[in-house]
Ligand binder design. Structure first.
Ligand code: ADP
Length: 426
């Protein structure tokens, strides 16, 4: 068994994959665990990312889950802890970024940590403590209207202070630009002023790489996925193709898609226009009691041995609204997720061993249906979306077979994603 160095706690599922992907690209071998594992780690990796679903649950529950994850990671020997949240700092006035950060600091007896969602590759930058999404401030980016975590203030010092009892300060760009010695000096100064948590400016990957060495001895780092690019070097790790090596892919290929994002709509269309075998499923027929999953599997059976198949509920906004109007938003979502998960499971039973899933919630449902508890993170297909491999033991429900799986959240991936994915694996 190798030595686990970095233990990560992510507050949602696709965010965990995003972090794992950045760590792999910076040279770490990474496993993502779905929830807190109940057994010891049995993979030879440098980092584990424990994926929670704690972003919008009650703060006390988020703390309990995060501490549970911390205890497991410490038991596996993790030397540094990384608390990962969204690059748009998704949180409410109650949390959960602040409360979880402080609970982890207490547990780790850590007197200082940083907080920065900066992820320049994804156009999230922090300057003078203000978070930008693309060219606009966070509170003008659409995030001010988010249904669960409306972000109405782009000043992260203020936002985090409102969630914390400890004092929050800023390491601004003039300091970050001067490198890790200046950052270390600024941290000492902030500590002297009674500050325990510092928002850190970063507008480029170079900033994040300069920040990395200053974090080497910090027991806890809190950030989006961007900071991850500067951490592996602290453990003597450099980018290598070995970090993303997965077992050789074999078996049949399929795609299931429950995402209705603009990007996924384009990807479905592109796959069909290239002559791909595709079947649309109709939520209203599921609601009418038709066994749509069985129909889809009967359709796929004679085809999947010859070519990748795509089964999708992906539809354009108007059609989705109409279905939601008839069935209810939650009911429609849950029903389609259940059906697609059953199809994914059935496809694996038919011999599919390379599976692409489109949709964040849809991915959660499929991973659960396949009984996947842990995935090794492999090569990136498009930014933020790597191939993963669930070993046989980690995917018991999948007939005891190992499965390569790519989980694509809504707006990720180029138009040719469903074709490109299999090329990357080959
Ligand atoms: P994304 O990552 O694009 O947000 P998700 O899978 O997270 O994708 O969410 C899409 C939601 O829409 C899921 O709950 C899914 O079941 C639901 N859904 C998928 N297709 C349809 C459809 N045709 N009509 C209504 N709801 C749908």
């Amino acid at each position: 068994m190798g030595k686990l160095v970095l233990g990560c706690i992510a507050d949602d599922f696709t965010g965990a994959t995003d972090l794992a992907n950045n760590l792999v690209r910076a040279g770490m071998r990474v496993v993502q665990a779905i929830g807190v594992p109940t057994t010891p780690l049995d993979a030879d990796v440098d980092a584990v990312v424990v994926a929670l679903k704690s972003r919008t649950i009650a703060p006390a529950e988020a703390i309990a889950q995060s501490l549970d994850a911390l205890r497991w990671l410490q038991a596996q020997g993790a030397r540094q802890i990384y608390f990962k949240y969204c690059s748009t700092f998704d949180s409410t006035p109650q949390g959960n970024i602040g409360p979880v950060t402080e609970a982890l600091m207490d547990a780790l007896q850590c007197d200082f940590t940083i907080a920065t969602p900066a992820f320049p590759d994804n156009k999230r930058t922090v300057f003078k403590g203000y978070l930008f999404a693309g060219d606009v401030l966070l509170n003008e980016s659409g995030m001010q209207n988010h249904p669960l975590t409306p972000m109405t203030d782009a000043n992260l010092v203020r936002v985090l202070q409102a969630q914390c009892t400890r004092k929050v300060g800023l390491i601004d760009h003039t300091v970050v630009a001067r490198g890790d010695a200046a950052i270390t000096e600024r941290i000492a100064q902030l500590k002297g002023e009674g500050v325990s948590i510092a928002i850190v400016d970063a507008v480029s990957n170079d900033d994040l790489l300069r920040l990395g060495p200053a974090l080497a001895t910090m027991p806890l780092v809190t950030a989006g996925s961007g900071v991850a690019i500067g951490l592996p070097a602290n453990f003597g790790l450099a980018p290598s193709s070995q970090a993303s090596a997965l077992p050789a892919a074999s078996g049949l290929r399929a795609i299931v898609s429950g995402s209705c994002s603009l990007a996924t709509n384009r990807q479905v269309l592109d796959f069909i226009q290239r002559g791909g075998a595709a079947l649309a499923i109709d939520p209203l027929r599921i609601a009418a009691g038709v066994d749509v999953a069985a129909e889809a599997l009967a359709w796929a059976a004679p085809l999947v041995g010859k070519q990748p198949v795509l089964v999708y509920s992906t539809a354009e906004a108007g059609a989705v609204k109409s279905v939601q109007g008839q069935l209810g938003v939650e009911e429609a979502g849950a029903m389609v997720e259940r059906t697609i998960a059953a199809i994914a499971r059935g496809l694996v039973d038919q011999g599919v061993r390379q599976l692409v899933v489109a949709g964040g919630e849809t991915s959660g449902a499929c991973v659960q249906a396949l009984g996947i508890a842990q995935m090794q993170i492999g090569p990136q297909i498009d930014p933020g979306v790597p191939w993963c491999h669930a070993r046989a033991e980690a995917a018991k429900a999948a007939g005891g077979a190992g499965v390569h799986i790519a989980l694509k959240s809504g707006n990720f991936g180029g138009d040719d994603f469903f074709t490109k994915a299999f090329t990357v694996l080959a």
